[in-house]
Design a protein around this ligand. Structure first.
Ligand SMILES: Cc1cc2nc3c(=O)[nH]c(=O)nc-3n(C[C@H](O)[C@H](O)[C@H](O)COP(=O)(O)OP(=O)(O)OC[C@H]3O[C@@H](n4cnc5c(N)ncnc54)[C@H](O)[C@@H]3O)c2cc1C
Length: 396
């Protein structure tokens, strides 16, 4: 614990704002005197709930193509300098078991163990961690950074903004980082919730709300992007991995298409069953639940034996190419990440220092770099935090 007088009288080499994934990784990766501040009562709040409590901490197949950014090349250097195997090595040094799941996703057994490891590592590298402390403002004064915090002023030679995006305000997210970057003259790309569910337009909402809690495998498409995976119906619309992935590419007003029978030609299937089943749901019972079929077909009905060719084509289209323009995403309260953020053209891709503000570093989700679902966002937090630490290590 740092005393009030020590806090007041110390000029830290570095002050890191945010004891989340990127801030803790950065703090543990260089040895100079530093302080990490977070307004949450405990460090690593988001990491400790990540991956459904088991933290999908990285992905074996990570590459620049897994990230959305206006500057596609920005993430390459940091990804090359800190690989999934580097985080696995940390886990193993700390006797933490891990497992590989489908598509190269790497999971821990208990996200809390990762937080404990990051905190221990940061402390061993000479870090004071001050939680329950909000940073209210960052200024430059007499060649130093002066942080106005709820625990009093903090002075440092360098500042790392690791305060994350806007998603999950309940876990500490707030606009502080974006506002601070703007105050220092850095351009911000309009943030938006991503890796979030999509809500149905009004006309579908009531009909589909009866399916809330039902799930199935589906193919979800938005413009040239397609994902196949689980889809979950919610009270407002659709969620689940396939929808979260597509939400990264969805912009308001754009159409989304769902194929509820991926890999199957619904028209051919229905025609082949016309003389054997009375209803469409009976004909498809081996592929999709009757409740879901009836809801998708809605008022057009599901009679099969007396259906005309046109009626069958309409039913097949609804099953293979169900189109709608989502009303919105599920919003920041439920989005896993924030897309957009500080424009990476403002940042040195090797050191993560702001080009216009020497001594100010920006890492993690606050930057306009957003990963797909599958461990890519935490990997970005680790590798950007590590890159900034390696640059700070060289600053005296
Ligand atoms: C529910 C959920 C599950 C997720 N699961 C996964 C997963 O399994 N795999 C994956 O790759 N990604 C996952 N993510 C995304 C991932 O957790 C984030 O991308 C990652 O934590 C971002 O790291 P960061 O350091 O940039 O920000 P954060 O980890 O959010 O840390 C930022 C910290 O800054 C603090 N802060 C902000 N403003 C201030 C201020 N003014 N003063 C003091 N402190 C401040 C916040 O309290 C917070 O602790 C998940 C996200 C959510 C919401």
């Amino acid at each position: 614990m740092i005393s009030d007088s020590e806090l007041k009288n110390t000029v830290f080499h570095t002050a890191i704002i945010g004891a989340g994934a990127s801030g803790l990784m950065c703090a543990g990766s260089f040895s100079q005197s530093k302080i990490v501040l977070d307004h949450n009562p405990k460090p690593g709040a988001k990491v400790s709930v990540s991956g459904g409590g088991n933290c999908n901490f990285s992905n074996l197949f990570v590459s620049a193509a897994d990230y959305l950014s206006q500057n596609k090349h920005f993430c390459k250097s940091a990804l090359a300098a800190f690989k999934p195997q580097d985080f696995v090595a940390l886990m193993e040094e700390n006797n933490l078991p891990w497992q590989e799941r489908e598509n190269g996703q790497l999971f821990a057994f208990g996200a809390q163990h990762i937080v404990q490891m990051l905190v221990r590592r940061a402390r061993q590298a000479g870090t004071h961690i001050l939680t329950g402390t909000e940073v209210l403002e960052v200024k430059q004064e007499n060649g130093l950074f002066l942080l106005h915090t709820s625990a009093g002023p903090v002075r440092a030679q360098h500042v790392v903004l690791a305060s994350g995006g806007l998603s999950f305000p309940a876990l500490g997210a707030c606009p502080f980082g974006l506002k601070t970057a703007q105050k220092f003259g850095l351009q911000v790309i309009e943030p938006r919730p991503a890796l979030a569910g999509l809500s149905f337009p009004k006309e579908y909402r009531e009909r589909f709300s009866r399916l809330a809690g039902n799930s199935l495998k589906a193919e979800v498409r938005c413009e040239k992007h397609v994902f196949t995976g689980d889809l979950l119906f919610t009270h407002e619309g659709v969620s689940g991995p396939a929808v979260l992935q597509i939400s990264l590419f969805w912009t308001p007003g754009t159409e989304v298409q769902i194929n509820f029978l991926p890999g199957q030609d619904a028209l051919a299937l229905l025609q082949s069953k016309k003389n054997h089943a009375k209803t469409i749901s009976a004909a498809l019972k081996d592929h999709i639940s009757a409740k879901i079929v009836k809801t998708i077909l809605g008022p057009q009905g599901e009679d099969l034996s007396n259906a005309s060719r046109l009626q069958l084509e309409n039913a097949a289209r609804a099953l293979n190419r169900f189109s709608f323009v989502p009303a919105a995403t599920a919003g920041y309260t439920r989005a896993e990440v924030t897309a957009g953020g500080v424009n990476t053209r403002e940042i040195n891709p090797v050191t993560f220092e702001a080009k216009k503000v020497p001594g100010l570093y920006i890492i993690g989700e606050l930057l306009d770099v957003t990963g797909r679902l599958g461990g890519f966002n935490l990997h970005w937090a680790w590798c950007s935090g590590y890159a900034a630490a390696k640059a700070l290590e060289k600053q005296f």
